[in-house]
Design a protein around this ligand. Structure first.
Ligand code: SF4
Length: 91
């Protein structure tokens, strides 16, 4: 399991509140600032790539993993599926 390969001591976020990496989208501008703050922590993390892969494996499309906003990625994928579905229905 990928999680076992990331040594906790190497994480830049060790000891920080995990909630930092799960911003809540009540107000878009605040959400974006929260994402930037999390990404600033991840930026120089030495396990960033492994964290991202772990996020793809266990993150369920939610949170900041390896500096990537998987919540936004999942939202974009859902939007693309809705557009494709609507386009197919119209043709
Ligand atoms: S890349 Fe992952 S492990 Fe590193 S600081 Fe960011 S959330 Fe923590």
């Amino acid at each position: 399991m990928l999680r076992d390969h990331i040594r906790y001591e190497e994480r830049t976020c060790k000891g920080l509140d995990p909630e930092i990496f799960y911003p809540v989208n009540y107000v878009e501008e605040i959400y974006e600032l929260d994402v930037l703050a999390a990404q600033a922590i991840c930026r120089y993390c030495v396990v960033k790539e492994a964290c991202y892969r772990e996020g793809l494996e266990v993150g369920r499309g939610y949170g900041i993993w390896g500096g990537v906003d998987l919540t936004a990625d999942a939202r974009a994928q859902r939007r693309e599926k809705r557009i494709a579905k609507a386009t197919n229905a119209a043709s």
